[in-house]
Design a protein around this ligand. Structure first.
Ligand SMILES: Nc1ncnc2c1ncn2[C@@H]1O[C@H](COP(=O)(O)OP(=O)(O)OP(=O)(O)O)[C@@H](O)[C@H]1O
Ligand SMILES: [Mg+2]
Length: 410
């Protein structure tokens, strides 16, 4: 019989202890660079506790928050599993091993894609970054484990008190014998130089450092909008009798211009579009065409370095155009108003199937974050590397639904 040697990185002691632990469901809350992803890859390939992994001939799956994050880890998993790989399907993101085991890799940008699969083990990487983690776990991932009575491990740096914290708490609850949790600072990883961590500490606020490197759950951090999926039910509506208002966020050099139209009386979003490109004249034409088609009464347009000249041009042809200047305070006002509408389920947004812009908009809304600054003030923003154009366009449109004097518009 031919034997093949599979060389995986040797786990450091805490990683090995987590892997060995008999709990079926494990939550590994750890600082940045602590070794979460490496542990997850090892477990998928070789198993968790006494439960098997892909080398035992079992089907397992990896879940990442975004396609981009998935692309990175996909390369590592393919490389690690290479000595025992029979087949790799790049399009399906699936590795088949010579043992008959398979590793599927999914992005939780679209959790439904994995519905109906059966797995003996799953690893959810950066689980706290998944805005729909609760739904994804309960409706999609957990059911995939039923047939094999499979295991699951969640690895993540914390991000406020979201559903990852709920899972972490299960592992701390002695009554939940299926669950176990660990909390590990980055310095637990012997392969990361301690002075690197100290250098990071100097580069960020103390609060951030406590979250990112000490793996602490902080109040006031996390996602901003709730009930997004429940309230995103509408199809695009053609103009009817009604009072329509709009919000426009102008793209900067590499992001998008977004326009949102809302029926002010019913607070239903009726239209959403986003586009980019170097030609501002063309962008203005598209904005004006939408404003005119819906006979919009008031439109708020974000004023920034690109906004100002565009707003002047639009105002020449559309009298209801008002400039909106973003400051920390005005941004808080408009964001918190939409938060409140969604919280109370008082508005209806386009469903993610309404058009391409609406699909992007739902993800942007779900991912939108709040960070508590050392001063105690809250800052709202898209996560690093992501856009918020549709978030701002929607907030501006909904802000127009408030009575004039409250909006402070002249
Ligand atoms: N068992 C190990 N043996 C050798 N090196 C390791 C091991 N575990 C982690 N490392 C090293 O630490 C680095 C960080 O590991 P990993 O990417 O798993 O951490 P992470 O917690 O997922 O980080 P991030 O927060 O950036 O996602 C790896 O690039 C690797 O260099
Ligand atoms: Mg990682």
């Amino acid at each position: 019989m031919r034997t093949t040697r599979l060389e995986l990185p040797r786990l450091y002691s805490e990683q090995a202890a987590i892997k060995r632990h008999p709990a079926r469901f494990k939550v590994f809350c750890a600082g940045r660079r602590a070794g979460k992803t490496w542990l997850g890859s090892d477990m998928l390939i070789t198993g968790s506790g006494a439960l098997g992994g892909a080398v035992d001939g079992l089907p397992v799956a990896w879940f990442s928050p975004t396609y981009k994050m998935l692309a990175q880890i996909w390369r590592d998993v393919v490389a690690w599993a290479a000595p025992v790989t029979r087949n790799v399907s790049v399009s399906e993101k699936r590795v088949e091993l010579v043992t008959g085991g398979t590793i599927d890799m999914w992005s939780l940008e679209n959790p439904d894609a994995a519905r109906g699969r059966k797995y003996a083990g799953v690893f959810v990487d950066e689980a706290a970054m998944v805005p729909v983690l609760e739904e994804a776990w309960q409706a999609v991932i957990r059911p995939t484990l039923t047939d094999y009575a499979g295991w699951a491990t969640f690895g993540s740096t914390p991000r406020g008190m979201n559903f990852f914290k709920t899972l972490y708490d299960l592992g701390r609850d002695p009554g939940q014998t299926d669950w176990a949790s660990w909390q590990l600072a980055t310095v637990a990883n012997p392969y990361i130089p301690a002075d690197e961590v100290e250098a990071a500490r100097r580069d960020m606020t103390e609060r951030r450092f406590h979250q990112e490197y000490l793996a602490e759950f902080l109040e006031g951090e996390g996602y901003v909008f709730r009930n997004v999926t429940d309230c995103s039910t509408e199809a695009i509506t053609e103009p009817e009798e009604g009072t329509y208002v709009a919000g426009v966020d102008f793209g900067r050099s590499n992001d998008y211009t977004a326009i949102c139209v809302v029926d002010a009386a019913t607070k239903r979003e009726v239209y959403l579009d986003r586009f980019n490109g170097p030609d501002w004249t063309l962008q203005r034409t598209r904005i004006l065409a939408t404003l005119q088609r819906y006979n919009v009464t008031t439109a708020l347009l974000e004023q920034n370095s690109f906004g100002s000249p565009n707003i002047e041009e639009i105002q020449k042809q559309f009298r209801g155009a008002r400039a909106w200047t973003t400051t920390a305070q005005t941004k808080r006002d408009i964001v918190e108003y939409l938060v409140q509408l969604l919280e109370n389920r008082e508005c209806r947004l386009l469903s993610r199937t309404a058009n391409e812009a609406a699909a992007v908009a739902e993800s942007e809304l779900l991912a939108y974050e709040q960070t508590e600054l050392p001063s105690g003030m809250v800052r709202y923003s898209a996560p690093e590397g992501r856009h918020d154009d549709t978030v701002i366009a929607r907030c501006l449109a909904y802000w127009c639904c408030r009575p004039q004097r409250e909006r402070g518009i002249v």
